[in-house]
Design a protein around this ligand. Structure first.
Ligand code: KIV
Ligand code: ZN
Length: 391
């Protein structure tokens, strides 16, 4: 893939089915992966990383099925920097209309010495050979110097130059262990542009993990430094604390696009559906207060907030619930709620109450709310006595 013609467009690379599936306890079968991939295509992501074909026969089968059946996005397969992995990845995606091979190898000394038990020279040689092999099979090749943010900078730049010389079209800079801070990550990319001028001719990509809760902030900082692909996963799932959350990246860019000068091609109204699907099939619940897709993300409980939102939505909402595919925001009735919300809730149930009747209902409501965490429609029905009905 060459850099998008529109210089402000961010390509969304979704790795729910690869890095996301590496979350402990998640194992999706081919049918489930296909369903998620089709939904990702409807959501408008640019690249689907469908899996790691050499990992298991099941993974190979799922990647192949996605490559054959899912139209629109680029379909990408992961491979370590060795011949067997790359051949297997190509076998799995070769039937796609838009295949990509993504190959990677660590550049940090911690990984080279303790995990690979190798040398920097070998890493350079393997980077050269693996990108050359992938390029002979597939036009679209992505290369990742794994653990880049903990690597010697000059060495990483050398490896990046080698990958570009051999034909890589996307260079991805993983913050593999979620260690970088946003300013540090942005500096890394800025310096890389300065040291490797050829980087301007390929797509620079971010891949940030959330160990310190900075995955989305780091991805955004990377985009500020010139990256035009962001790697992320639905509901932020992935190794350990997960990846940058796809829905947060999309809505951040949409909501603050004015400040960022960036945009994506995402169909935002598909976000809620995608999140629910991934949660159901992976068995990973979404925390209630999760940004964008948590069930409280568009719910208001306190009286002050409810009163404001009833008067004018923008008083306490920066996004419209409908923009992510929900019907509407919600006013949750609890002990912090006020009269305005109670009146609205009763009105929604078909009871118009005002003045002394509302005052009386409100007093009863507070008694109930003190006993119960949340007041439901049934409780409200019970509040509205015969006397109120007669009004
Ligand atoms: O976190 C990481 O470094 C990865 C690579 C395979 C890109 O997932
Ligand atoms: Zn990762």
């Amino acid at each position: 893939m060459t850099p998008p013609e529109d210089p402000n467009r961010i390509l969304l690379f979704d790795t729910t089915l690869r890095d996301g599936e590496q979350s402990p306890g998640i194992s999706l079968n081919t049918t489930e992966k296909l369903e998620i991939a089709q939904q990702l295509a409807r959501l408008g992501v640019d690249v689907i990383e469908a899996g790691f074909p050499i990992a298991s026969p099941g993974d190979f089968e799922a990647v192949q099925a996605i490559a054959r059946d899912v139209d629109g996005p680029v379909i990408c397969a992961l491979a370590r920097a060795n011949a067997a992995d790359i051949d297997r990845a190509w076998e799995a995606i070769r039937d796609s209309e838009r295949p990509r091979i993504h190959t990677f190898l660590s550049t940090s000394d911690i990984h080279i010495e303790h995990q690979l038990m190798s040398t920097r020279e070998d890493v350079k040689g393997l980077a050269r050979a693996s990108v050359a092999q992938a390029k002979a099979l597939c036009d679209d090749v992505e290369y990742s110097p794994m653990d880049a943010t903990r690597s010697d900078f000059a060495f990483t730049a050398e490896v990046v130059q080698i990958a570009i010389d051999e034909g890589a079209t996307t260079i991805n800079i993983p913050d593999t262990v979620g260690y970088a801070t946003p300013d540090e990550y942005a500096d890394f990319l800025t310096q890389l542009y300065a040291m490797v001028p050829d980087l301007r001719g390929v797509v620079l990509s971010t891949h940030c993990h959330d160990d310190l809760g900075l995955a989305v902030a780091n991805s955004l900082a990377g985009a500020g430094a010139g990256a035009r692909q962001i790697e992320c996963a639905v509901n932020g799932i992935g190794e350990r604390a997960g990846n940058a959350s796809l829905e947060e990246v999309i809505m951040l860019i949409r909501t603050r696009g004015d400040r960022l000068g960036l945009h994506t091609n995402a169909v935002t109204t598909e976000i809620a559906r995608t999140s629910r699907l991934v949660s159901r099939l992976t068995g990973y619940p979404v925390q209630p207060n999760k940004a964008i897709v948590g069930r409280n993300a568009f719910a208001h409980e306190s009286g002050i907030h409810q009163d404001g939102v009833l008067k004018e939505r923008s008083t306490y909402e920066i996004m419209d619930a409908r923009s992510i595919g929900l019907d509407a925001n919600s006013l949750v009735l609890g002990k912090h709620s006020g009269r305005a919300a109670l009146r609205q809730a009763l009105e929604d149930l078909g009871y118009t109450v005002d003045g002394a009747t509302l005052k009386q209902a409100f007093e009863r409501f507070k008694e109930v709310a003190d006993r119960k965490k949340q007041v439901t429609a049934l409780d409200l029905e019970a509040l509205v006595t015969d006397e109120l009905r007669a009004d």
